[in-house]
Design a protein around this ligand. Structure first.
Ligand code: MG
Length: 265
């Protein structure tokens, strides 16, 4: 069997399997979470990450990294307890809480060191580019909705580095919003950015509460990739994803299966 025949047989198998898992739907767009979805999940030590910043900003301040990590954790706790009504804030919110002058030259160098420390954890999943490209080839639009403290320019640099930029129609970051996932307004902003309606949109994410519950409450269909070790970040929620896949490589088969189901109806 040639490679192409093998790939086609696998796709047909996925189509038949996924078509049985839900009624057909017209799919105009697929919106992705970023961390743990388009990137492989990594366990992160926030104090260690902020340590890269503190070492440059003020090497003599021994617990600056811990204070920065605690300030960041406070923002994430607020996002959780407010159910996304309070957004994630930004890196500037974290820095301001620790009395850091983000106008200073030391800050610029420290920020570069901090983002460098994150680089190994931002690499796209190898299956991301072929998936996004295939979705676009199939006539679907691709969006991103990420809960993040980082500025847009950094996310765009990450996507550009990994060759994903040409396949992303629009991205929405909570660092630019008053709300965050799972708040419905975050999902509405992401849909508006790529001009799609919930009944024609699929969301793909790794978090049952932020991503799956959030997308379904506004009427999207949601695919869970449950490979992330969320630990204390997990929020208990009674939710049933419309599909569960083992990795990004299975998303196309699910989406095409739903779309084929709609065409048969
Ligand atoms: Mg995620």
């Amino acid at each position: 069997m040639t490679l192409w025949m093998s790939l086609w047989a696998t796709l047909l198998k996925d189509l038949s399997k996924s078509a049985a898992s839900g009624a057909g739907m017209r799919v105009d767009a697929v919106i992705f979470d970023w961390g743990g979805t388009l990137t492989p999940w990594h366990d992160i030590d926030l104090v260690g990450q902020w340590g890269a910043y503190a070492m440059v900003y003020d090497p003599g301040d021994e617990d600056l990294a811990s204070r920065l990590a605690e300030a960041e954790m406070g923002l994430w706790r607020d996002q959780q307890t407010s159910r996304g009504a309070n957004g994630t804030g930004t890196l500037d919110h974290v820095l301001a809480q620790c009395g850091i002058n983000s106008e200073s030259p030391r800050h610029g160098m420290a920020l570069a060191a901090y983002l460098d420390a994150w680089e190994p954890h931002t690499l796209a999943d190898p299956e991301a580019l072929p998936l996004l490209s295939a979705l676009r080839d199939e006539g679907m639009r691709v969006g991103i909705l990420s809960n993040t403290l980082w500025p847009r320019w950094h996310h765009e640099a990450v996507f550009s580095r990994d060759g994903l930029t040409p396949y992303i129609d629009a991205a929405v970051y909570s660092s630019e919003l008053p709300v965050a996932k799972p708040h419905a307004d975050a999902f509405r902003r992401a849909m508006a950015a790529i001009d799609t309606l919930p009944e024609h949109t699929v969301f793909v994410g790794d978090r049952p509460w932020d991503d799956i519950h959030g997308a379904q409450q506004v009427g999207m269909r949601a695919i869970l990739i449950p490979h992330s070790r969320l630990g204390e970040q997990a929020v208990a929620v009674d939710v049933t994803p419309d599909a569960v896949v083992r990795g990004l490589g299975e998303v196309l088969g699910v989406v095409l299966g739903w779309r084929a189901g709609a065409q048969r109806q």
